[in-house]
Design a protein around this ligand. Structure first.
Ligand code: FE2
Ligand code: FE2
Length: 218
């Protein structure tokens, strides 16, 4: 939810997502996602570095420390369960869950989380990411980047690691969710079925989504 008040947890989540996407987070990346200016991000990053949660990887590039990662996953537990609540409980649109969850996730107590999990199940968020436990431990997903497939052109969506609105809207508009099959046409195009026309994917699509082979049913 761009422009709304952000706090340390939002920064940790944002840096975590960029680390998954490209291995680090730059100030301008964080500013873009959190709807703020570079200087505000720098001020917050300094506070997080003092707290031992963030470290500088190289000039202008930041990453989470081990402690920062644990804290990020504790928060991602709240975030991902909030997404499940909005989706299964309130029937909100899949492409808007990540953004809407930002309005309520900070208030997700462990009591609420347990109730949501009991009612709807909470192994994975609606975008396919495992829900961490309350200590910040998270199961590792057995999926790969599209570039890691040797020859297979028919693959299955496993999860969206970078839940940006343009990627999520594109996927929703084309009926692509975790578990959906697709065919890679080239570096910029996919088909959702062999007899369908090829579709141009948005920038970052192949970096934002992880896949499994079609034979792999995990
Ligand atoms: Fe999300
Ligand atoms: Fe999600």
């Amino acid at each position: 939810m761009k422009g709304s008040s952000t706090n340390a947890e939002d920064y940790l989540k944002c840096i975590n997502e960029y680390m998954d996407l490209q291995g680090y987070a730059a100030l301008k990346d964080i500013a873009l996602i959190l709807g703020t200016v570079r200087q505000t991000v720098l001020d917050e990053i300094k506070i997080l570095m003092d707290r031992g949660l963030v470290q500088r990887k190289e000039k202008g590039k930041y990453e989470l420390t081990e402690t920062g990662m644990k804290e990020a996953f504790k928060f991602l537990r709240k975030h991902r369960v909030a997404e499940i609540l909005l989706w299964k409980g309130l029937g909100m649109k899949w492409s808007e869950l990540d953004d809407q969850a930002m309005g309520i996730e900070h208030g997700m107590t462990e009591e609420i989380i347990e109730k949501v999990c009991k009612n709807f199940g909470c192994i994975k968020c609606p975008h396919g990411n495992y829900v961490p436990d309350k200590n910040g431990n998270v199961k590792e997903s057995k999926d790969i980047k599209v570039s890691e497939f040797n020859s297979s052109r028919k693959i299955k969506v496993s999860r969206v690691i970078f839940e940006s609105p343009d990627i999520l809207k594109f996927m929703e508009n084309n009926g692509l969710y975790p578990g959906s099959n697709l065919i890679i046409v080239d570096e910029e195009h996919i088909k959702v079925a062999p007899d369908m026309e090829s579709i141009k994917v948005p920038d970052n699509f192949f970096r934002a989504v992880r896949f499994t082979s079609i034979e792999d049913n995990q």
